[in-house]
Design a protein around this ligand. Structure first.
Ligand code: COA
Length: 180
């Protein structure tokens, strides 16, 4: 994908991530870890960040970044839902993270829109987002985008100051005759 302007804000651009984007992507990931928005318990350091990014870069079928004035302000990915289970290969896991300074500007919505488009182009039928059940902003954003909470594992994530659950939020991207 070439760098293309998105519809919401003139200066917002989206493109495929490059290895050189690792530092900015890890910084955004660490902000979410700090805010307890995912199940990581400690920030990624140079070494764990490098390993985490390499793994994401390799396994993501799509890894996108949103930029404003050349600054990466969000990233999102499509990864296999239940890797290697081929009967499940038409499902995809969707993930998105937005830099603290760029929230409520449409970045998360833009990422979801483009990730879903890419998923459809790759013949995926369903998208799942897996999130902590106290991640209200993601839940609202995903519901706005047509996702429903179809799975809830209560009290499975143990932090030092809280115990919370996991939501599996699901969206049918394309219905086919076999599903009806
Ligand atoms: C959740 C997150 C991705 C939202 O990104 P964003 O760029 O701020 O989202 P958008 O600007 O596209 O918001 C779209 C809508 O989502 C809802 N929303 C987003 N943030 C919200 C918040 N803090 N509180 C309530 N609603 C919120 C609103 O309905 C919003 O529309 P509005 O601004 O017109 O009211 C961002 O807060 C984030 O990165 N959180 C940490 C990482 C994370 O939780 N990732 C999900 C793991 S899968």
């Amino acid at each position: 994908m070439n760098q293309i302007p998105t519809s919401k804000l003139k200066e917002m651009m989206i493109r495929v991530a490059r290895e050189a984007d690792a530092g900015e992507i890890i910084e955004i990931m660490n902000q979410a870890i700090d805010d307890q928005k995912n199940a990581y318990l400690s920030a990624l350091d140079d070494e764990s960040g490098r390993v985490w990014f390499e793994s994401l870069f390799k396994k993501a079928s799509s890894l996108l970044v949103v930029l404003m004035n050349d600054k990466i302000c969000g990233w999102g990915s499509l990864t296999a839902y239940r890797e290697s289970r081929d009967a499940l290969s038409k499902n995809v896991e969707i993930t998105f993270y937005v830099h603290r300074d760029y929230r409520r500007m449409g970045v998360g919505s833009t990422l979801i829109e483009h990730l879903e488009k890419t998923a459809l182009e790759n013949d995926k039928k369903n998208a799942v987002a897996i999130l902590l059940d106290d991640n209200i902003e993601s839940e609202i954003l995903l519901k706005k985008n047509g996702c429903k909470v179809l799975g809830h594992f209560p009290k499975v994530a143990y932090f030092t100051n809280k115990v919370c659950g996991h939501f599996y939020m699901w969206k049918v991207l394309a219905l086919d005759h076999l599903q009806s």
